[in-house]
Design a binder for this molecule. Structure first.
Ligand code: UD1
Length: 305
């Protein structure tokens, strides 16, 4: 039993992780500025330090007594970061550097951090593996890639064992559908449930590799467990199965028993056409895989579990 810091622990993925850690007998400190995370997401037993990852004092206070750090705080929306370039950079990259420096000073604590598949940019229709060159297309992707570079330096220069994860498109219960910047599944699911039309940016033939949040948590836990042997490395978190947005709408329509009206709008700036990951290297190194089928995961979402 140990204590872990989870940054962004009031958010979608962070709150699932905090819950899993507590269920496994660990203690959890959450650092969250509640900008998109919600206090009610905090699982019973977790301690909240309300503060920003870009505030060194808040990070230093939160990390005290911890055995390791899961760094999940960040602005998750590519589109929001296009419109809020500097603010996104402060959270997504400066926040990571502050966190890594604090972990170094606190005794070289292991850090598992969330990067993104967005670092690959548009890699075509095939599966991308971790050997593919990073070519981010947006500020969001650039900041995540910058965070990875600092994550490697944290290890090579400062001896902080870091493991980076590159999730593809995460979905599941508690992903907030409330803003236009939310993940597409949360928005479409919410609109279908309320009998409203859905808007597709572009022709709907763009593909994503949708990965269920519970699968992502298993990657996070395994990365911390194996951090000493995997320090400085980064891994995909994906299923290896592509889904077009139109197929996504079709599956949701079947599950909800209603076909939504589809509105089309112009593609988003910097939107990636195809995003599909190769899970092989991560599965071998971490000993876990993302097994949840999309229709199963979507029905879990529909049933709120
Ligand atoms: C997503 C994640 C990002 C993650 C990245 C990994 C969110 C909000 N973004 O970015 O954190 O790092 O995957 O690759 O979770 N779309 C519509 N209609 C809508 C909303 C979206 O057509 O109402 C389209 C978008 O234009 C895009 C696709 O759906 O083509 C997915 O968009 P989105 O869910 O915002 O995620 P990504 O930009 O892929």
């Amino acid at each position: 039993m140990a204590e872990y810091l989870v940054t962004g622990g009031c958010g979608f993925v962070g709150s699932h992780l905090a819950e899993a850690l507590i269920a496994g007998g660990d203690r959890v400190v959450v650092l969250d500025n509640l900008s998109s995370g919600k206090r009610e997401n905090l699982p019973p037993g977790a301690r909240l330090v309300e503060g920003d990852v870009a505030d060194p004092e808040a990070v230093a206070q939160a990390i005290r007594g911890c055995a390791g750090v899961y760094h999940l705080a960040g602005a998750a929306s590519v589109a929001w970061c296009n419109e809020n370039w500097h603010a996104g950079h402060l959270t997504n990259q400066t926040g990571t550097v502050i966190l890594l420096e604090t972990a170094a000073r606190a005794g070289r604590l292991p850090v598992v951090y969330i990067s993104s598949a967005a670092i690959y940019g548009d890699a075509g229709e095939g599966r991308v593996d971790e050997g593919r060159a990073a070519r981010p297309l947006t500020a969001y992707g650039a900041d995540k890639y910058g965070s990875e570079l600092h994550g490697r330096i944290a290890w090579s220069v400062h001896g902080v064992p870091t493991v980076g994860l590159r999730p593809f498109n995460i979905y599941g219960p508690r992903q907030d559908p409330a803003s236009a910047y939310s993940g597409v599944i949360s928005i479409f699911h919410d609109r279908l449930a309320r009998g409203l039309p859905v808007t597709i940016f572009g022709d709907g033939q763009q593909t994503r590799d949708f990965v269920f949040v519970e699968d992502v948590i298993r990657f996070l836990l395994a990365a911390m467990e194996r951090a000493p042997g995997l320090a400085g490395q980064v891994f995909n978190v994906c299923t290896g199965r592509p889904t077009t947005l139109l197929d996504l709408v079709g599956t949701l329509a079947r599950l909800h028993g209603r076909t939504p009206e589809i509105l089309h709008a112009a593609p988003r700036l910097g939107d990636i056409r195809h995003s599909l990951g190769d899970p092989a290297r991560a599965e071998a190194a971490l000993g876990v895989s993302a097994g949840m089928r999309l229709d199963e995961g979507l029905s879990r979402l529909r049933d709120g579990r």
